[in-house]
Design a protein around this ligand. Structure first.
Ligand SMILES: [Zn+2]
Length: 175
């Protein structure tokens, strides 16, 4: 796959083990890495999509990599999924059930077919609340995945990675 890699370098670069992993799997090449430091994370992800669409003549896929992700032994399993959106499951405290469903999707380490962003309306990434805004229904990633599924695309998760975030549930605002 011809992949553009977006590194979300909030507060620092990607972990060296992650960079090594990207090279080892032939994903990191010349001129296919773009760093984003904007906050909050939903704005960063929407900016990432705009950038990916601007490079869509060269790339079919975009891979999102958060700077706190560390690969472990079976992280590469998500690369073997045959789905239009594919993500690696994240290990971290307080979120044991974060990947309970087969179509659970979080972008921390994920690959998305760029063409999807032309078929799913903006904003691609936005937290979804109930109508009174008294509870969060979906993180921005899952909301996007649900819209993609409604548009006929497939979603999968596989493998595990380590996520050095602590104390917060997965993808809680401000993320
Ligand atoms: Zn999420």
């Amino acid at each position: 796959m011809n992949t553009l890699i977006i590194g979300f370098e909030w507060g620092g670069p990607l972990k060296q083990s992650m960079i090594d992993w990207l090279y080892r799997h032939g994903l990191m090449r010349e001129n296919n890495y773009h760093s984003i430091v904007a906050t909050p994370c939903v704005c960063a992800k929407n900016l990432a999509v705009e950038y990916a669409l601007s490079r869509a003549d060269k790339f079919d896929w975009v891979m999102f990599v958060n700077n706190d992700i560390c690969p472990i032994e079976n992280t590469h399993k998500f690369l073997e999924l045959n789905t239009d959106l594919a993500c690696c499951k994240c290990k971290f405290a307080g979120a044991a059930n974060a990947f309970a469903e087969v179509d659970t999707f979080h972008t921390a380490l994920s690959a998305i077919k760029i063409g999807i962003f032309r078929h799913v309306p903006r904003p691609w990434f936005m937290y979804e609340y109930n109508k009174d805004f008294t509870s969060l229904i979906n993180c921005d990633c899952q909301r996007f995945a649900n819209m993609a599924m409604d548009a006929g695309y497939t979603v999968g998760n596989a493998g595990w990675c380590d996520h050095r975030h602590t104390g917060q549930s997965l993808c809680s605002p401000p993320g």
